[in-house]
Design a binder for this molecule. Structure first.
Ligand code: DGL
Length: 274
């Protein structure tokens, strides 16, 4: 067994840390390398080709650091790059490496949260326009009605730590209102962007009582635990020294400061040298 192997976790910036936090709680023994592409984030409004190219570069960088398994803890990258990487890159270039996303594990369970069979999906423009959620959810819950709302200003507000200030209230209310006017039957909102859990305190204030807000961290963590149980050939390659490393393509000091808010613990990062 090679004890240096790690699980790679990727996001365009800080959002994936909300997923990493749940994964590290659920599977504390493994070694992890987190990579945030902060220098090029947000990805939400970038073209399919650009998100694919950036995501592939980051995934290959994580492979080169000794990660045979990479989690795209980013809905935008999962929507726009995952399938192409899985089908066109891995089989030819990295046949013993795996890349998993966050959309499928979420689609597999989201129907269990609603009582009205009607959910709202809030995400970046890239995620919403890809139609990945309605398509993927229809495989598991064909009777579910899915209404989507893109929230293009939420990631910039969160990345700049403005989401805690009163100025953010307007944009929280704006996108919630836009979603809720699409159907009065919505009783569950999926936060289909890994940044959005930071808005839960504000969202809880503006949503009618009894609404369910679903974040993805615990869903993805359970799905990864299940994947490792079902794939002992991968599991046995992973080191278990409880090591966590953080890398950013942006400024390390800024990353350390913001990342600790998302990860809820002190974070020390290094800059990616491409
Ligand atoms: N956290 C990312 C997601 O889950 C995206 C943000 C972005 O870069 O726009 O979609």
């Amino acid at each position: 067994m090679n004890v240096t192997k790690s699980i790679g976790i990727f996001d365009s910036g800080y959002g994936g840390l909300t997923v990493f936090k749940s994964i590290a709680e659920r599977l504390p023994d493994y070694n992890y390398i987190y990579m945030g592409d902060n220098a090029r984030s947000p990805y939400g409004d970038h073209s399919f080709e650009t998100v694919y190219q950036y995501t592939l570069e980051c995934v290959e960088w994580l492979f080169a650091q000794g990660c045979p398994l990479v989690i795209l803890a980013c809905n935008t990258a999962s929507a726009k790059a995952l399938r192409t990487i899985q089908q066109k890159v891995l089989p030819f270039k990295y046949p013993d490496h795996r890349v998993l996303g966050v959309i499928r594990p979420t689609a597999e369970v989201i129907g269990n949260y609603t009582e009205t069979n009607t959910i709202g999906v809030m995400g970046t423009r890239g995620t919403v326009n890809s139609e990945s959620y309605p398509i993927e959810i229809s495989h598991f819950f064909p009777e579910l009605e899915v209404f989507q709302q893109s929230c293009p200003l939420w990631v910039p507000l969160i990345e700049n730590n403005e989401h805690i200030n009163p100025g953010a209230d307007y944009f929280v209310q704006k996108y919630v209102d836009a979603l809720l006017t699409k159907s009065a039957a919505i009783d569950t909102i999926l936060l289909a962007c890994t940044h959005y859990p930071l808005l839960v305190p504000k969202l809880s204030k503006v949503l009618p009582e009894g609404f369910k807000l679903v974040a993805q961290g615990d869903i993805v963590a359970s799905s990864l635990a299940d994947y490792l149980d079902r794939h002992p050939e991968m599991e046995s390659r992973l080191g278990k020294e409880n090591r966590k490393q953080f890398f950013t393509s942006g400024d390390e000091q800024v990353f350390n400061q913001n990342a600790s808010i998302f990860f809820d613990a002190h974070v020390v990062s290094a800059r990616v040298r491409w």
